[in-house]
Design a protein around this ligand. Structure first.
Ligand code: XIL
Length: 375
């Protein structure tokens, strides 16, 4: 599965051209203007006034994160919302192998370097994503076998994790190792060359050598939605830990299916927490769309389902011991930032994230804030 690269906007400039060293006021003033315009729009479309919600990063007793693409640093409204709401960022695409190895024979770091620099300047944590992923790298490693393949694998991790040593707090070292249906592990170029567990153990060992201080995560999706996949993930963690893999954290992406039964999320989070490792809700979104045909739910019904599942996830995360609550990350800030809104199946009306297209809080935001505010 390859993914369409997304425009990253400027490369190499921390802030929009012409901004020498803008005060926060300058940047924040821009969204104010945008805010006024959107307010007119708001009245024009008679949207219900959003509930007043204190910034999530100031309410939650753990970091609140968001996915980011470097081009979003050129959007003052995005910058203002991010500064207000989050204390951790995850590169959505530009720290992945597909971006870094986009030009044969060389590594491209302009956008991830910019993200790292902005995180350092803004004092927010940077979560690296992702070193080894089944869906990328096959072409770049084509033609390599045996020791040459292994050497290139090790070199890639050493180069990338080494470059961001001291800049990232953590890495998704291996992303999405479990088979789509949850029965066993995925089969791909990494596993065929280095072994089903072997490539994962090697990746964690190489990442540890390159950045001994980073928290190293195993990350996957549909773990709450599909109990079979969740159980396979837990068994895989157990097996890798027993084999000595330096796994330091566990990531559940939480691209939630809002139609799953109540309690499924809670049950999985409890089992995930039982390893005693930091847990990262790493890519939360909760689509209102149903992939399956014949969706007769009203919008209020879908919003109610969405809030129930996202609140359950927030509560399950809050129930973890404080030391294990690594971060609660949404896969984007505003609904319009969501990868789901770039999907050709999208009708432009999906509302999968915590803030609306204009960056305003929603009833969902208030509900999540209510959970995090319980301290
Ligand atoms: C997605 C990004 O959101 C898209 O912009 C990109 O085109 C493809 O990848 N699980 C992951 C993320 O771990 O890296 C994926 O992000 C979403 C699913």
């Amino acid at each position: 599965m390859t993914h369409t690269p997304h425009p990253t906007g400027y490369a190499g400039h921390l802030l929009p051209r012409g901004e020498k060293d803008p005060s926060r006021r300058a940047l924040l003033a821009a969204p104010l203007a945008l805010g006024v315009l959107s307010a007119c729009d708001r009245f024009a479309t008679a949207q219900p006034a959003p509930p007043p919600v204190a910034p999530l990063r100031s309410i939650a007793p753990f970091p609140i994160g968001s996915a980011v693409m470097s081009g979003q640093f050129d959007d003052p409204a995005w910058v203002a919302l991010a500064r207000e709401q989050v204390s951790q960022l995850t590169p959505e695409w530009e720290m992945k192998m597909e971006y870094i190895l986009q030009s044969p024979g060389r590594m491209t770091f302009d956008a991830p370097d910019r993200i790292a620099a902005v995180c350092a300047a803004e004092g927010v944590r940077l979560h690296g994503h992702a070193l080894i992923w089944y869906s990328q790298g096959e072409q770049a490693f084509a033609g390599l076998e045996g020791r040459a393949f292994a050497a290139a694998f090790d070199r890639y991790i050493a180069e990338v994790a080494g470059r961001y040593r001291g800049k990232v707090i953590s890495w998704d070292v291996v992303n999405e190792p479990i088979a789509e249906d949850g029965n066993g592990l995925r089969d791909h170029h990494w596993s065929r060359a280095l072994g089903a567990d072997g490539y994962m153990i090697r990746a964690f060992e190489q990442a540890k050598a390159a950045d001994p201080d980073a928290i190293l995560f195993l990350n996957d999706y549909n773990l709450e939605n599909n109990p079979v996949k969740g159980a396979t993930f837990l068994r895989t963690v157990e097996r890798l830990l027993k084999a000595g893999a330096p796994i330091g954290g566990l990531g559940t992406q939480s691209h939630l299916d809002i139609e799953i039964p109540a309690g499924q999320i809670t049950a999985f989070m409890r089992e995930l927490g039982a390893f005693g490792l930091p847990v990262h809700v790493s890519e939360l979104d909760a689509s209102l769309r149903r992939e399956r045909r014949g969706d007769f739910r009203s919008r209020p019904q879908r919003l109610e389902q969405q809030q129930a599942r996202v609140v359950e996830l927030a509560e399950a995360f809050m129930a973890l011991p404080a030391a294990q609550r690594f971060a609660f990350t949404a896969w984007g800030l505003r609904d319009s930032d969501s990868w789901l809104r770039r999907d050709d199946k999208d009708d432009g009306k999906d509302q999968p994230l915590l803030f609306d297209d204009a960056g305003r809080a929603k009833p969902l935001t208030a509900a999540v804030a209510g959970v995090f505010g319980r301290g």
